[in-house]
Design a protein around this ligand. Structure first.
Ligand SMILES: Nc1ncnc2c1ncn2[C@@H]1O[C@H](COP(=O)(O)OP(=O)(O)O)[C@@H](O)[C@H]1O
Ligand SMILES: [Mg+2]
Length: 248
């Protein structure tokens, strides 16, 4: 269980996140939705140690997590950044190796097999330059690179960004697969509220750096305030069934 308690954080003198309280139970998908600028990336960057905590705490199983980013990675909290940030001139295999830099050779081989089982397209393209992959494939590579670090908790920052609806439906199916088949705990940050709430065990709405609404995903989808602010247009245009419906 990861627990964020009364967290305040931000940049220099500017506080972006105000008194955030979030619980992430093991094996669950916790979703944070919010508009551009709400503080979603700042939240993930604070968990991964890239943005400093001003006050409050982040605990894993009752213990404060370390403050240095590399120690946070070693403790099993791995972030897949917004915009993927793969290494375009390296091959897919080389990108994966970069993700497993703390692992032994044996661990690396096992994890690479897992990544290739989860994302077979990456195996087929193993020796291709990563920059030549499509947007959806690059997102898979970014998640695969995260898996190479042996995460206990995977932080996903807007994986749907820039992807066509059919492609991001596929990416979301893979996120559910990671959660269900590998029992991966996931914190998913999204602007795409409809689809994200459908897959959320529990969700939080972030506005101007504050959690304003929280609850199980299926309840938030029905919540009048969430509907009015986040689901209005999306519900009308998004015809795809939810990833959960695909899998079940
Ligand atoms: N490196 C930074 N320095 C100063 N302010 C920042 C920085 N990154 C983000 N911000 C500010 O923090 C707020 C939240 O941004 P961000 O966390 O990126 O939002 P989101 O990911 O929800 O779009 C915004 O007002 C943004 O301008
Ligand atoms: Mg962001």
């Amino acid at each position: 269980m990861l627990e964020i308690k009364n967290l305040h954080s931000g940049y220099n003198k500017i506080e972006v996140l105000h008194d955030i309280n979030i619980k992430v139970p093991d094996g669950k998908i916790v979703v944070v939705i919010g508009r551009n600028g709400a503080g979603k990336s700042t939240l993930l960057n604070t968990i991964s140690g890239l943005v400093k905590i001003k006050s409050g705490s982040i605990e894993m199983n009752g213990q404060k997590i370390p403050s240095a980013p590399h120690k946070i990675v070693a403790s099993g909290i791995i972030q897949v950044p917004e915009g993927r940030r793969i290494f375009p001139s390296l091959t897919i295999a080389e990108n994966l190796i970069m993700g497993g830099y703390l692992a032994s050779n044996a661990e690396m081989n096992v994890r690479k097999e897992e990544v290739y089982n989860t994302f077979p397209i990456l195996c087929q393209r193993e020796n291709q330059q990563a920059g030549t992959l499509s947007g959806g494939e690059q997102q898979m590579l970014a998640m695969g690179r995260g898996m190479m670090a042996g995460p206990k908790i995977l932080l996903l920052d807007e994986p749907s960004l820039g992807l066509a609806p059919l492609v991001f439906t596929q990416v979301f199916e893979l996120i559910i697969k990671l959660n269900k088949e590998r029992n991966m705990t996931i914190i998913l940050v999204e602007q795409n509220a409809t689809i994200a709430l459908k897959m959320a065990d529990y969700a939080y709405v972030l506005e101007n750096g504050c959690v304003v609404i929280e609850g199980p995903g299926e309840e938030l989808i029905k919540d009048a305030r969430v509907k009015a602010a986040y689901l209005g247009a999306a519900v009308k245009t998004l015809k795809e069934p939810s990833p959960r419906e695909y899998l079940e």
